[in-house]
Write a new protein. Structure first.
Length: 103
């Protein structure tokens, strides 16, 4: 594998990717706690409804924990979901836009 040049030194691509993830974690949603609830999740994803937030978790689109009756979502899983949404589609996959009820 080829190394990525960063600040004059060689950095392995996996480490460089991890640095980008850490940078994203530091920069995205700084005013939210590390673990959020459903209302915060809705805010973080642009004001989606509670029903849509529950659907994302039910469909395992966003990894989450259930503590008693409450859902807890680590912020890193929300960031991972957003990064996954921005990735190019794999061959044979269904585009995100066509997964909704209005096909």
């Amino acid at each position: 594998m080829r190394d990525v040049k960063k600040n004059g030194g060689d950095i392995h691509p996996m480490i460089y990717s991890d640095l980008k993830d850490r940078e994203a974690y530091r920069l995205l949603f700084p005013n939210y706690p590390d673990v959020v609830d459903i209302p915060h999740l809705g805010e973080m994803l642009g004001g989606i409804s509670r029903k849509t937030a529950y659907k994302l978790m039910r469909d395992n689109e966003i990894a989450h924990l259930k503590v008693g009756r409450a859902y807890k979502i680590p912020k890193c899983h929300i960031i991972a979901y957003l990064q996954k949404c921005g990735m190019p589609e794999k061959e044979g996959s269904v585009p995100l836009e066509s997964k909704g009820p209005f096909r």
